[in-house]
Write a protein that binds this ligand. Structure first.
Ligand code: NAP
Ligand code: GCO
Length: 265
């Protein structure tokens, strides 16, 4: 039955940084598909509101605090999940930060912090979770990539460096773990309306014009658009999809752009 392809009943999911934004949308969709949802955050104050938001959608989310950049913290956090919920079947490396600073003005410490969260943390968490999947003989890992896995743009050098690296870390995880029936893929969202893009979206920000010019769909993406793609990559339907980055971008990567008023039909 087609529904069985997308049934995640009894699967244990970890969405890092899943207390709001894209991560919460992913956790919600996977939870509604039957999975047991676990989310972490670096900030304990985010856990209560997140648990309530998940509950409002009928999902009893397991919440815990750990810093994805800290190997010991990750090990303790994953151990808690393994003991209290079960071995993780589906990992979504979603936690991420961005710092929009031109290279000449960016302190090296800021560059390193973005690399730590957006690239090294998926390595740390993936390396900690994969052994359980390998032992079970099955698993799904989704690394949250970006348009900046393939493009640069002014002021996001650290973020693009990390997301570009994450695209190839995804490929390498695939090469090493596919033989164990662990599918590792990326999702590359376009411009999505979350708190991360609020500074370049709200208050009639001129960046909106660029997003509209580059996005054939003519809108900002919603977190749910990404959640739906995550359901595919978490399900049996994608068992032969590996090392792939699924772009959820409204057509940005297919489009050089257009001049307002020209060919608008
Ligand atoms: P967001 O609203 O800023 O959420 C990011 C989450 O990651 C937050 O819950 C944050 O916790 C958590 N986090 C940050 N550092 C952490 C750490 N060291 N340990 C644990 N958790 C940590 O961002 P978003 O827009 O939902 O984006 C989610 C992911 O999608 C990110 O990887 C982002 O790069 C990627 N992405 C976003 C877009 C977009 O247009 N929004 C497009 C492409 C890709 P706190 O809130 O407590 O800091
Ligand atoms: C930016 C945006 C983007 C999005 C996303 C696009 O400043 O350009 O924040 O980086 O977050 O990564 O895919």
């Amino acid at each position: 039955m087609i529904q069985q392809l997308f049934d995640l009943k009894d699967k244990v999911v970890l969405v890092t940084g899943g207390t709001h934004g894209i991560g919460m949308a992913i956790g919600t969709v996977l939870g509604q598909a039957g999975a047991k949802i676990c989310v972490n955050d670096i900030d304990e104050s985010k856990l209560g509101p997140a648990k309530e938001a998940y509950a409002a959608n009928g999902i009893d989310a397991y919440t815990t605090v750990f810093d994805v950049t800290n190997e010991a913290d990750v090990d303790a956090g994953i151990s808690r999940i393994e003991e209290e919920v079960g071995t993780i079947d589906i990992l979504v490396n979603n936690a991420g930060i961005i710092k929009r600073i031109p290279i000449l003005d960016m302190p090296v410490a800021d560059y390193k912090q973005v690399i730590d969260v957006d690239l090294i943390a998926p390595f740390i968490v993936g390396k900690r979770v994969a052994p359980g999947m390998i032992k079970k003989g099955a698993g799904k890992i989704i690394n949250m990539c970006s348009m900046m896995s393939v493009y640069g743009r002014n002021s996001v050098s650290a973020y693009a460096s990390a997301k570009g690296g994450l695209k190839l870390l995804t490929a390498n995880m695939c090469c090493e773990w596919a033989k164990h029936n662990v599918q590792v893929n990326g999702i590359g969202p376009g411009y999505i309306a979350t708190s991360q893009t609020a500074p370049i979206r709200e208050g009639n920000h001129p960046f909106n014009d660029l997003v509209m010019m580059r996005t054939p769909a003519g809108r900002w993406g919603e977190p749910e658009d990404v959640g739906n793609a995550a359901l595919f990559l978490s399900s049996k339907a994608s068992d032969f999809v590996n090392g792939h980055v699924l772009y959820v971008d409204g057509g940005i990567l297919a489009n050089f752009g257009y001049v307002k008023g020209e060919n608008d039909k």
